[in-house]
Design a protein around this ligand. Structure first.
Ligand SMILES: Nc1ncnc2c1ncn2[C@@H]1O[C@H](COP(=O)(O)OP(=O)(O)OP(=O)(O)O)[C@@H](O)[C@H]1O
Length: 232
C-alpha cells in the first residue's frame, strides 16, 4: 500500500470579513470566508457580479487585508508584515494574471519575463525561453503585445506570472476576451501549469464552459463561499 502525502496548503483564509465603502453605501464584500487551496490544485470561483470574487482575489493576493480573520500563503501569515515585506513577499510568492494579460505594450514577450525576473531579484542568467516554451510561445519571444492575439497575450501573461516561482496564481477572468477554442486552450494551460509546477491556481470566471478543466469549483454569493459546484 502506498501512502500519499497530502499536498501542502498554499493558501489558507480563515473567517475573513471585509467591508467596502462607507456610511449608507457600506457592503459586506467578504462574509466569514474560509478557504484552503492545496499546492497543485486548480480552483475556479464563479458567482454573480458584485458577489465578492475580486475582493477574495485581492485578499488572497495580499493586495487588501481583511478587516478580521487571517490569511496565510505558503505557511506565511500575512497580518503583521510591513508594507515593504508584503510587497517583496507578493513578488516572490504570488502570480497575478488579469483579463487582458496586462502586458507592457513596449516590451517583447521575452522582455516582459526578464523585467519581472529583475524586479523580483532573480538570477542574472535568467533565460525566459523555457517558460515561454512551456506556454507554447517561444516562437513569439521577440514580439510585442500589439503583435499577438488575445490568447497569445494571455499565454505570455501566464508565463510572466510564473517567473519568480510563485506557488499561488490568482487569475481574474482569463477568457473574457477570447473565443471558445482559445478559452479552452488558456484554461487547459492553467490546469497543466498548476499540476506540473505544483502551483495553487484560483481562477475567477463567468465562463461556465471552461469549468470542466478545474479540480474544484466554488460559488460566491453575497460575500459567502458556497459548497462545491458540480461541473459534471
Ligand atoms: N472600492 C469600492 N468601494 C465601495 N464598494 C466596493 C468597492 N469595490 C467593490 N465594492 C463592492 O463590494 C462588493 C464586492 O465587489 P467585488 O468587486 O469583489 O465583486 P465581484 O464578484 O468581483 O464582481 P464582478 O463579477 O462584477 O467583478 C460589491 O457590492 C461592490 O459594489
Amino acid at each position: 500500500m502506498t501512502l500519499q502525502t497530502p499536498a501542502p496548503t498554499a493558501l489558507s483564509i480563515r473567517n475573513a470579513m471585509l467591508e467596502m465603502g462607507d456610511g449608507d453605501s457600506k457592503v459586506i464584500a467578504l462574509d466569514n470566508v474560509n478557504l484552503e487551496v492545496a499546492a497543485g490544485e486548480f480552483l475556479a470561483i464563479v458567482g454573480p457580479s458584485g458577489s465578492g470574487k475580486s475582493s477574495l482575489l485581492a485578499v488572497a493576493g495580499a493586495l487588501s487585508a481583511p478587516d478580521s480573520g487571517s490569511v496565510s500563503v505558503n505557511g506565511q501569515e500575512l497580518a503583521g508584515l510591513s508594507q515593504g515585506k508584503l510587497a517583496a513577499f507578493r513578488l516572490a510568492n504570488i502570480g497575478f494574471v488579469f483579463q487582458s494579460g496586462n502586458l507592457i505594450p513596449a516590451l517583447s514577450a521575452a522582455d516582459q519575463l526578464r523585467l519581472v525576473n529583475k524586479l523580483s531579484g532573480g538570477p542574472r542568467s535568467f533565460d525566459p525561453l523555457p517558460l515561454l516554451e512551456s506556454v507554447g510561445m517561444a516562437h513569439r519571444a521577440s514580439n510585442r503585445p500589439g503583435q499577438l492575439s488575445g490568447g497569445e497575450r494571455q499565454r505570455v501573461g501566464i508565463a510572466r506570472a510564473l517567473v519568480s516561482g510563485a506557488k499561488l496564481l490568482l487569475v481574474d477572468e482569463p477568457t473574457a476576451s477570447l473565443d471558445r477554442a482559445r478559452s479552452h486552450e488558456v484554461v487547459e494551460l492553467l490546469a497543466r501549469e498548476s499540476r506540473e509546477h505544483g502551483v495553487a491556481t484560483i481562477m475567477v470566471t463567468h465562463d461556465h464552459e471552461v469549468l470542466g478543466a478545474c479540480d474544484r469549483v466554488l460559488e460566491m454569493v453575497d460575500g459567502k463561499l458556497s459548497a462545491p459546484v458540480s461541473v459534471a
